[in-house]
Design a protein around this ligand. Structure first.
Ligand code: ATR
Length: 330
């Protein structure tokens, strides 16, 4: 890492990661059209130069496009990066509908395909993206543990699983990371998973920590191919209500001389020392601002003021459509 930035160890491993990562999904799909390779190269180079080394991708983001984009951007600098990728959501190119697969032969094939696209011999952190109800988790993790032995992956993660699945997986092979949606607007992990990850020494990787841009004061409906337009929270009255809550929080952020996105990231990190947020951005300016959130410290009275606002208003609308909830909390 070129510059100093808070460094943590990925759970149950000796892999050093920056205290904040970069979610790469939006560079390829879901939040508008894909960015150019040149823009991705620039962003990722800037991340490395700033000391951010933790890059999050998945085979299904742009059906392989995202992994290839990352591979190109990391040419000659692979060893400086910690690459996290995922398998298990099976989609036809361009379609959102999906099936979930954790069959051992599928795990192995997916890993080989990701290694080829990433142009590397190993994935640092390999996640089960969603949980397949028809394959025992022991079989999926068992195959991943063989990939660890073979040096093809360095650490194992699960995404959006239930507590019992995490415990069962961890009994087969130490789990390094649980990745789930977590933000001021999505607090489900506080019920069980934050405590459980701490107990097991697992890192909690928080995706959508800016609530997909809602906590960055994003106005939806401005871009082509933006799947957020389909999400209940981003629609009509629900959106207006949620934006109102965001604006109240924004006033608090301004009193702290930071932006709402920075406050959101600082809040997530303040909830537990094992939380590593991976905000997604396509812009160098926002990346710099997000890294800057590491310097935002929230005192007890700041946290209490945030809590008061969140207790007063209910966030409106589910975080996903029904299709998006497949394999979640299993
Ligand atoms: P995800 O994990 O799903 O990518 P997220 O990190 O909660 O979701 O939010 C990503 C969204 O927040 C993107 O729309 C991103 O927009 P840009 O690509 O234009 O940056 C936006 N975002 C990221 N960092 C931001 C910041 N510092 N201020 C405002 N918006 C930001």
């Amino acid at each position: 890492m070129s510059k100093s930035i808070t460094v943590k160890h990925l759970g149950n491993s000796d892999i050093p990661v920056s205290g904040i990562g970069l979610g790469c999904m939006g560079l390829s799909e879901f939040y508008g059209n894909p960015v150019s390779q040149k823009a991705a190269d620039n962003l990722i180079t800037h991340a490395l130069e700033s000391g951010l080394n933790f890059f999050d991708t998945a085979d299904m983001y742009g059906s392989g496009h995202n992994e290839r984009l990352l591979a190109h951007a990391l040419k000659g600098r692979r060893k400086e990066a910690v690459i996290a990728s995922k398998f298990g959501i099976v989609r036809k190119e361009g379609e959102y509908s999906r099936t979930i697969c954790g069959a051992p032969e599928y795990v192995r094939q997916s890993c080989h395909d990701s290694l080829r696209r990433l142009e590397t011999d190993y994935v640092d952190l390999y996640y089960i993206h969603r949980i397949d109800q028809s394959t025992p988790i022991e079989d999926t993790v068992g195959e991943m543990s063989r990939l660890v032995e073979e040096g093809k992956i360095r650490a194992i993660g699960l995404s959006e699983c239930s507590a019992s699945t995490l415990r069962r997986a961890h009994a087969v092979h130490p789990v390094s990371a649980l990745q789930s949606e977590y933000s001021m607007f999505t607090r489900d992990p506080e019920q069980e998973m934050l405590g459980l990850t701490r107990e097991l020494g697992v890192s909690f990787v928080a995706y959508s920590p800016i609530c997909r841009g809602l906590l960055g004061l994003l106005k939806p409906g401005e871009k082509e191919n933006d799947f957020r337009q389909k999400l209940p929270r981003f629609h009509g009255e629900a959106y207006e209500k949620n934006r109102g809550i965001a604006l109240e929080l924004n006033a608090l952020a301004r009193s702290k001389n930071c932006t709402l996105a920075q406050l959101s990231l600082a809040w997530v990190m303040a909830q537990s020392e094992n939380v590593i947020p991976i905000p997604g951005t396509t812009k160098v300016g926002n990346l710099t601002a997000n890294i800057g959130s590491l310097a935002v410290s929230l005192a007890r009275n700041d946290l209490a003021a945030i809590e008061d606002i969140l207790a007063e208003h209910q966030v409106e609308g589910d975080r996903y459509t029904q299709e998006g909830m497949k394999g979640v909390n299993v």
